[in-house]
Design a protein around this ligand. Structure first.
Ligand SMILES: *[C@@H]1O[C@H](CO)[C@@H](O)[C@H](O)[C@H]1NC(C)=O
Ligand SMILES: *[C@@H]1O[C@H](CO)[C@@H](O)[C@H](O)[C@H]1NC(C)=O
Length: 717
């Protein structure tokens, strides 16, 4: 009912509205949360008051205190969610052609991992955004310094002359040519014109791909390529800057400005990864178009919704609330997921529930892609200071004067990377930057329209996924331990709910340790016959049973509500376990070692393409192992340990006459049993499969040996 009332309330002046959860749902959720909290207290009370003969009771108490605390912390993500809805028609009416300048920054780093054709599709999709072309500019930052990427971009310019007008005339959606034309592959083309466009696209794709093979791009084009020295490499070259289209004035072609930048790289200078390239883009673009707003995109995230810029501006330009909002974040959504999302890569619940929760507490994180910023805020304007009149853009562009802004030495002795631009020194520079902005008093907003704004490519195998999660968990935990820790840095500056929200993510890495101990302990004690939980028939069992059943049922309902399938939820549960018992453990250890000065972590780009057979397995949702990885060794060992302990316990129960045993070990048996079932694809990969994606033999053997030794030790100790 609330929702209906809200929709018709007279808020005509606003460019967007904010809705809260309906009262009934709110009460239901909070009642659920309170009941779980009550049970957590009950469990802790049991651990403290009921004596056990050995030390396991103490360990369980510590673990359960942690789980309880972490659960409370994470409630901040669900307590008070909000949803934003925009009125783009009003915006268009109000501003017509007077919309502010918008600069789009697309970042790419490696022409092999991120194929130029994919980058070109992303660029074309934003060139065709529903926005006045003379107000829009697209900057491609190529940290690979690749002639191939540059060549692909010159091809894109030619194709854009056909594509952009076509999109606007026919109202094409989505505006990435590859995505649009592949959606037409089954239904057939609507017109001869469309067929012609498809043909031109294919020809361009062929040229780009054959150039990738020949590496002779330089021969075909001369303009701009002269900036590559003969000895230039990806890691060692001068600044390369080329304005491929200058669309700052209205022109008949209607194509926005397009700029290629590869900042100077020298081996002796630290380049600060993506944050460094963003900062170079900020400076260079300030001399060319100087957009008041900036959209930051990864090169694999094409625009799937041509209205997204208007959506974001509805929030940022809103007269009443917009002035407080520094950035608008869209979800990181993926297209390449299979139906049941084997690797949990969609992160549905994060995108559809948790980020709305953060928004209710003051605003989502900045996650480094799909985010609209105010230029002056990211460059250091403080909350409360008036926005300056936008700088006049320069009439004549002298590239040689702009290039030094992207040199290695420009930032020396400046505030770049500290008070200005994106912050340096952390693998998740984006999150810290967002936090610092919020701590300055700004809010942020989360927009999650039905038709997803941007679509990226999800990791398509287990190892990629685990590596990506390892990096995230490590980066977030580093924030927690750094001077920018939300706990002390955010204290008094952002709401408690938001501090807890940040902690929920920053504590991913350390949360792995108790989960791993819990699963090992449960299994080993089951093997040895030591009960860890109260008897099934006792009153004390109630809170354990309740929490186990209700929390899982809730997570299932949540997942289905977010558009997932039952199998998808089951896969998600598996990935929940795998992330904790591999990625996060390594993330935790890496961070600690780094703090102690032992090792340097390296930034790993997750590969975006896979081999053909692997792609087939991915389509069929067969889990991909295939590489020898210490993370797989850990997963394998834990999986085998659970299997052995469960099998031994079942055997013992079947042979013993004592019915009390089942009573005592009931919950432990269930937990270990569920772990065995959830690990099924792992056992298949280790023992049954023959294809290339199975677990390498060496990992299997080591896992079995390690698990058997652990079991033997426990039994004879
Ligand atoms: C992407 O856009 C198309 C329409 O252009 C839409 O049908 C599709 O549902 C969108 N994808 C997602 C994931 O929202
Ligand atoms: C990823 O998506 C593209 C385009 O939608 C498709 O052609 C490709 O087969 C997909 N790859 C996998 C591994 O699903």
């Amino acid at each position: 009912m609330r929702e209906v009332e809200d929709r018709f309330s007279p808020v005509h002046d606003r460019l967007f509205e904010t809705r809260r959860r309906r009262t009934g749902r709110m009460i239901a959720y909070r009642a659920f949360a309170v009941s779980v909290f009550g049970c957590i207290c009950w469990i802790l009370f049991y651990r403290v008051t009921v004596p056990v003969e050995n030390r396991t009771g103490l360990v369980m108490l510590i673990l359960e205190i942690w789980f309880g605390l972490y659960w409370v912390i994470r409630q901040s993500l669900r307590w008070n969610p909000v949803w934003r809805y925009t009125f783009t028609d009003k915006l268009s009416l109000r501003y017509k052609k007077d919309l502010p300048r918008l600069d789009v920054f697309v970042c790419t780093a490696d022409p092999v991992i991120e194929p130029p054709l994919m980058v070109v599709n992303t660029v074309l999709s934003v060139l065709a955004l529903d926005y006045p072309p003379e107000k829009l500019a697209v900057y491609l930052s190529d940290d690979g310094g690749s002639e191939l990427t540059f060549y692909a971009l010159t091809e894109a310019v030619e194709f854009a002359k056909i594509w952009v007008p076509f999109c606007k005339r026919v109202n094409v959606e989505p505006r990435s040519p590859a995505a649009y034309l592949s959606s037409k592959a089954n239904s057939g083309f609507d017109s001869a014109e469309e067929e012609e466009v498809a043909k031109l696209y294919k020809e361009m794709a062929v040229r780009i791909e054959s150039a990738s093979k020949l590496e002779e791009a330089r021969l075909n084009y001369s303009d701009g390529f002269s900036q590559w020295d003969s000895d230039a490499t990806g890691r060692n070259h001068g600044t390369i800057l080329q304005i491929l289209v200058d669309g700052r004035e209205e022109n008949e072609k209607g194509i926005p400005t397009l700029v290629y930048l590869s900042r100077e790289k020298r081996p002796e200078h630290h380049h600060h990864y993506k944050a460094g390239s963003m900062n170079a883009l900020l400076r260079v673009s300030s001399k060319i178009t100087c957009g008041r707003f900036i959209l930051n995109l990864d090169c694999d995230m094409y625009s799937n919704n041509s209205k997204s810029a208007l959506d974001a501006l509805c929030i940022l330009l809103d007269e009443k609330e917009g002035k407080k909002i520094a950035f608008v974040q869209f979800p990181q959504w993926f297209e390449n997921s299979t139906r049941n999302d084997l690797y949990g890569s969609m992160m549905r619940v994060i995108a559809n529930v948790e980020f709305n929760g953060l928004d209710g507490n003051g605003g989502p994180f900045y996650i480094g892609t799909g985010c609209f910023h105010r230029r002056d805020v990211i460059c250091g304007r403080n909350y409360g200071e008036e926005e300056e009149e936008s700088q006049k853009v320069q009439e004549v562009l002298e590239l040689e004067k702009i290039k030094p802004l992207a040199s290695c030495t420009y930032e020396e002795g400046s505030q770049w990377g500290k008070e200005m631009g994106l912050k340096y020194g952390c693998p998740v520079e984006d999150v810290i930057t967002g936090l610092a902005i919020q701590c300055g008093g700004w809010k942020s907003a989360y927009l999650n329209p039905k038709q997803q704004a941007f679509l990226g490519v999800a990791p398509t195998n287990l190892h990629q996924m685990l590596v990506q999660q390892r990096r995230w968990s490590e980066g977030d935990f580093q924030i927690f331990l750094s001077e920018y820790s939300p706990v002390w840095y955010g204290q008094g500056k952002i709401s408690l709910g938001l501090i807890l929200g940040y902690c929920g993510y920053c504590l991913w890495a350390p949360s792995a340790v108790p989960v791993a101990i819990y699963s090992v302990l449960t299994a080993l004690c089951l093997l040895k016959g030591i009960p860890l939980f109260p008897k099934v028939s006792s009153l004390w069992f109630i809170p354990f049973g309740y929490v186990t059943v209700v929390v899982n049922a809730y997570s299932l309902v949540d997942f289905l509500w977010c558009g997932g399938t039952f199998r998808g939820w089951w896969n998600e549960e598996r990935m929940w376990l795998y992330r904790r018992t591999s990625s996060f453990i390594f993330g935790f250890m890496d961070t600690i070692l780094k703090k102690l000065g032992v090792s340097e972590s390296a930034f790993v780009i997750t590969a975006k393409v896979g081999e053909e057979e692997a792609a087939e397995r991915y389509e069929k949702e067969v889990m991909e192992f295939g590489v020898e990885s210490p993370m797989f060794l850990l997963l394998g060992t834990l999986g085998m340990l659970n299997l052995f302990c469960f099998a031994a316990a079942v055997l013992r129960l079947m042979t013993s006459r004592d019915g009390g045993e089942l009573q005592k070990m009931g919950l432990q048996l269930v937990i270990t049993g569920v772990l065995v079932v959830i690990n099924w694809p792992l056992y298949e990969g280790m023992l049954l499969r023959k294809d290339k994606g199975k677990m390498p033999i060496s990992v299997t053997v080591k896992s079995v040996v390690l698990a058997l030794s652990a079991c033997t030790c426990i039994v004879f100790l």
